[in-house]
Design a protein around this ligand. Structure first.
Ligand code: C5P
Length: 318
C-alpha cells in the first residue's frame, strides 16, 4: 500500500492568447503548488478491477473520475507491463475543494500516475508520465512537476521556474458554488474571441508568449520580489466568472480590502474559479487575514483555508 499527498495549484498568471486547432485555448500561465492536499492511497488488488473510494459526495467513483482514467490509461498504453499486475483500490481523502480552479482532479490523477509507476514498477520517466498525464487533463503535467512553473500550450507544456518563493495563500470558496471549466472558456471565447491572435500568425503568438515569459510576474518570482508578485497577479477568466457570480465579485472586494488592511500582497481568482486567494508574506499574517475574512463574511457556506507555497506537486508519505 502506498500513500501520497496531491497538492493543489493556484494560478499567479492566466492569459488566454487564442484558439488552437484542437479546440482548446492557447494559454500562458504561471502556476504555483500550495500545500493544500488530498491524500491518495493505492492498494493493489488481485482482481483486475479499478475501485475508487472518496469521502466527498460530489466526487464520482466511476470512470468519470480522473484517477480512474489514469489507471485505465496506463493499462491501455502499457498492456505488457500492466496486465500481470491485477487491479488497484484508490482511496481519496478530499481536502481540495471540488470544481474550484485548484486542479483537485488533476492532482489526484497525477498522484495515481506517479504512484502506479512505483507500485507496478513501470520505470517511466517524469516526462513520460507528463505526456500520459496531458491526455487526462491540461493541468496534470504541472501537478506531476509541482513548484512554480510557466505553463504554455493548452497548459501542458511545463517549464519550471525558481522554486523558493516562500509565500502563503489565504484561499476562499463558497462551498456550494462551483464553476465549469468548459463553460468559462467557452463564454470567454464568445465574449473575447475577437481579440484572439489568429492561429496562422505564429510570429505574433510567439512574440506574445515571449513577452509573458520575460514578463513582470516571472521577473518578480525570479528576484523574489513579493510586492511585485502581488501587484502582477492576473487572470483573464475573472472577466467571465466575476460578472456571472456577483457573490464571488463581492468576496474579491472584501478580500482586497482586507489585504490592504493587513498589508498583504494581492488577491486573484485561481484558474476558472471560483476560488479566490490572497497572498501574504508570513503564516501569521495569512492566519490573521483568514480569521478576519471569516468574521467579515458571516456566511457558513464560505470555506477559508491557508496554505504555504510548496516546491512539490506529489509527495510520497509511505
Ligand atoms: O484540459 P482540461 O480537462 O482541464 O480542460 C477542461 C476544459 O477547459 C476543456 O474541455 C476546454 O473546454 C477548456 N480548456 C480550454 N483551453 C485550455 C484548457 C482548457 O479551452 N487550454
Amino acid at each position: 500500500m502506498l500513500t501520497f499527498l496531491a497538492n493543489a495549484k493556484i494560478n499567479l498568471h492566466l492569459e488566454i492568447i487564442g484558439s488552437r486547432p484542437d479546440g482548446f485555448h492557447e494559454l500562458v500561465m504561471v502556476m504555483q503548488s500550495v500545500a493544500l492536499a488530498d491524500r491518495i492511497t493505492l492498494r493493489p488488488l488481485n482482481t483486475p478491477t479499478i475501485q475508487i473510494q472518496c469521502d466527498h459526495p460530489q466526487v464520482p467513483t466511476d470512470s468519470a473520475n480522473l484517477a480512474y482514467q489514469a489507471v485505465a490509461l496506463l493499462q491501455e498504453r502499457l498492456p505488457h507491463r500492466t496486465n500481470q499486475k491485477g487491479g488497484v483500490e484508490i482511496t481519496i481523502e478530499k481536502k481540495i475543494p471540488v470544481g474550484a480552479g485548484l486542479a483537485g482532479g488533476s492532482s489526484n490523477a497525477a498522484a495515481v500516475l506517479f504512484g502506479l509507476d512505483i507500485l507496478w514498477d513501470l520505470g517511466l520517466t517524469r516526462v513520460e508520465l507528463q505526456e500520459l498525464g496531458s491526455e487526462l487533463g491540461s493541468d496534470v503535467p504541472f501537478c506531476l512537476a509541482g513548484g512554480c512553473a510557466i505553463a504554455t500550450g493548452r497548459g501542458e507544456e511545463v517549464n519550471l521556474l525558481y522554486k523558493n518563493n516562500s509565500l502563503h495563500a489565504v484561499l476562499a470558496k463558497y462551498n456550494s458554488l462551483s464553476v465549469s471549466t468548459p463553460w468559462a472558456y467557452q463564454t470567454y471565447r464568445e465574449q473575447f474571441g475577437h481579440t484572439y491572435i489568429p492561429v496562422d500568425r505564429f510570429t505574433s503568438l510567439e512574440k506574445r508568449r515571449a513577452r509573458v515569459h520575460s514578463g513582470s510576474m516571472v521577473q518578480a518570482i525570479g528576484k523574489k520580489q513579493s510586492q511585485a508578485i502581488g501587484s502582477n497577479l492576473y487572470n483573464d477568466l475573472e472577466k467571465i466568472v466575476l460578472p456571472a457570480h456577483p457573490k464571488v465579485a463581492l468576496l474579491k472586494s472584501t478580500m482586497t480590502a482586507l489585504a490592504a488592511q493587513f498589508n498583504a500582497l494581492g488577491t486573484l481568482m485561481s484558474g476558472s474559479g471560483p476560488t479566490l486567494f490572497t497572498l501574504s508574506e508570513t503564516p501569521e499574517q495569512a492566519q490573521s487575514m483568514a480569521k478576519a475574512l471569516r468574521q467579515s463574511v458571516s456566511d457558513s457556506d464560505l470555506m477559508v483555508y491557508t496554505a504555504p507555497f510548496t516546491a512539490h506537486g506529489i509527495e510520497t508519505l509511505s
